[in-house]
Design a protein around this ligand. Structure first.
Ligand code: SAM
Length: 273
C-alpha cells in the first residue's frame, strides 16, 4: 500500500508540474534561448525527472559508508547531483542519463562544484549501462525499474552497496533504512541494500553436506551429517555468512567456491560441489 501511495505521489509530482514544464519548454524554444533549466516532473525516457533532496543523498551515502575508494554510479542521473555529492566526498563516479540537456547541465554543475575530475556523465539508457565497475549505486527510480535492474544488481561484486531514495527493491529485504531530516519534503527515506555473495547450491562441509537455497541475502536449507539432516536458516552480509543449524551458530566468509569460519569456537570450512 505504501509503495502504491509513493508511486502515486511520484506520478502526481509530475502532472502537477506538467503545465509549468510545458510553459518552460515553450519559452526555451523561443528566440531568447534561455539556458536549460530542468523542472521537476519533466518527462524522461522511462520516467520523469524528480531530484533527490541533498539531505537524502547525504543520508544514502552515510548508510553506504561511502569512501574515496568507491566508484559510484547513478542510473538516470538527472542533473548529476548524486554523482556530484559523492565526488564532493572524494569518490569518483559516473552518471548515466538519457536526456542530453541533463547530461550537459550535470557537467556544468560538476565544473562549478570543482569536481569535474571525479564526476563524469554519459548519455545512455540505464537498462543498457555496464555497472560492473560500481561499488556503490545511488539511485532514485520506480519499483518496476528497480525490479528490472535487479539481476544486474545481484551480479555486482559481493559487498557492493545500493543506496536508494524512497522506493524499495521489490522482493529484497532492506538491510538498513534511515530518514533524513531537513529540506527533503516527501523524499526523506534512504534505504541500503548490500549485494550478497551467491551461495545457492550444495557444499561439502566437513564430512557432511550443506544444501543452500538463497533469496537475496536470506538463506534456508539443510545440513546433513552423520546420517542426520537438520534445517538451517541464515543470512549474508556481502561475503559474510551466518547460519544456524540446531544449536550451532556458524559464522564465516565466502570466497567464491569456498567458505570458512568459526562454529562453537572451532574452525569450519566448506567447498562448493
Ligand atoms: C527520478 S529522476 C532521478 C534523478 C537523479 N537520479 C536524482 O536522484 O536526483 C529519473 C531520471 O532518470 C532519467 N531516465 C528515465 N529513463 C531513463 C533511461 N531509460 N535511461 C537513462 N535515464 C533515464 C530521467 O530523465 C530522470 O532524469
Amino acid at each position: 500500500m505504501i509503495t502504491v501511495r509513493r508511486v502515486i505521489e511520484f506520478a502526481a509530482a509530475l502532472s502537477v508540474v506538467a503545465l509549468a514544464f510545458h510553459a518552460g519548454a515553450q519559452e526555451a524554444s523561443g528566440a531568447s534561448k534561455k539556458p536549460f533549466e530542468p523542472v521537476p516532473g519533466m518527462p524522461g525516457k522511462d520516467s520523469v525527472w524528480v531530484p533527490t533532496p541533498f539531505v537524502t543523498l547525504e543520508k544514502m551515502y552515510d548508510l553506504a559508508k561511502l569512501t574515496k575508494n568507491d566508484f559510484v554510479m547513478d542510473l538516470g542521473s538527472g542533473d548529476g547531483r548524486a554523482i556530484i555529492v559523492a565526488a564532493k566526498r572524494g569518490a569518483p563516479g559516473l552518471g548515466i542519463e538519457w536526456n542530453q540537456d541533463l547530461v550537459d547541465l550535470s557537467n556544468k554543475l560538476a565544473a562549478q562544484a570543482g569536481v569535474s575530475h571525479l564526476a563524469k556523465f554519459e548519455r545512455g539508457d540505464m537498462f543498457a549501462a555496464d555497472i560492473s565497475k560500481a561499488s556503490v549505486l545511488g539511485l532514485f527510480m520506480l519499483p518496476d525499474q528497480l525490479a528490472k535492474l535487479t539481476p544486474k544488481f545481484l551480479a555486482m561484486k559481493p559487498g557492493s552497496r545500493i543506496a536508494v531514495n524512497g522506493f524499495g527493491i521489490p522482493g529484497w529485504t532492506i538491510d538498513q533504512t534511515e530518514k533524513a531530516t531537513g529540506d527533503c519534503g516527501s523524499w526523506c527515506t534512504a534505504h541500503l541494500y548490500i549485494v550478497p555473495a551467491p551461495v545457492a547450491g550444495t557444499w561439502r562441509l566437513g564430512d557432511g553436506e550443506l544444501a543452500l537455497t538463497q533469496s537475496f541475502q536470506m538463506l534456508t536449507g539443510t545440513l546433513t551429517a552423520g546420517g542426520k539432516s537438520m534445517p538451517i536458516t541464515g543470512r549474508l552480509n556481502g561475503e559474510e555468512i551466518t547460519f544456524t543449524a540446531g544449536d550451532a551458530q556458524y559464522n564465516g566468509r565466502v570466497a567464491g567456491n569456498s567458505m570458512s569460519g568459526q562454529v562453537g569456537g572451532k574452525p569450519w570450512s566448506a567447498t562448493k560441489k
